[in-house]
Design a protein around this ligand. Structure first.
Ligand SMILES: CC(C)(COP(=O)(O)OP(=O)(O)OC[C@H]1O[C@@H](n2cnc3c(N)ncnc32)[C@H](O)[C@@H]1OP(=O)(O)O)[C@@H](O)C(=O)NCCC(=O)NCCS
Length: 140
């Protein structure tokens, strides 16, 4: 189930020609299991169907990094993104993390609004080479 929804998210956001999609679309079952062992993944369910995802990676004892927040276009606009991020924040607290960080495209106002509504603030001034800003939230 995770592989299917993850590949759907990559297709929707990056397209099938993107290197990330090309790489993950060839993953074996063992590689998917490894991903699930290394990172926590949270799914949003609607009528028993997975319609969204977010990944969380413990980078150090104190830091958790969130990535790849995605909602199926048909499931957007109902607050599910916030619910997904909140689940990942809860997980980070349970792991005794101190700070949760993420990166978001400068022009992604919807995603930035979701993060800001949960208290995330931009880190530093600049954007990286991929036009993304870093945001962080203290969870202790
Ligand atoms: C970003 C994303 C996860 C948000 O999901 P969502 O479930 O629609 O989010 P929400 O329903 O919580 O909406 C968040 C807010 O944005 C508003 N919003 C939603 N779509 C909008 C749009 N097209 N234009 C303006 N505002 C919009 C909502 O009304 C809501 O505002 P509110 O909290 O004041 O009510 C979703 O749009 C998505 O998957 N986008 C593609 C992938 C992506 O960009 N991921 C983020 C990577 S960092």
């Amino acid at each position: 189930m995770f592989a299917t929804v993850r590949l759907r998210a990559l297709t929707d956001t990056l397209g099938v020609d993107d290197p990330q999609y090309r790489q993950e679309s060839t993953f074996t079952a063992a590689q998917w299991r490894r991903r699930l062992r290394e990172h926590a993944q949270f799914a949003a369910m609607l009528d028993g169907r997975p319609v969204g995802l977010i990944g969380a990676q413990q980078e150090s004892a104190e830091n958790v990094y969130l990535y790849s927040l995605w909602l199926d276009p048909a499931a957007r606009g109902h607050g599910l993104a916030r619910t997904l991020v909140e689940a990942a924040l809860e997980w980070a607290r349970g792991r005794h993390a101190r700070v949760v960080t993420l990166r978001v495209a400068v022009d992604n106002t919807v995603a930035r609004g979701v993060y800001e509504s949960l208290g995330f603030t931009p880190v530093g001034e600049g954007v990286n080479a991929r036009d993304e800003v870093s945001m962080s939230l203290s969870v202790r």
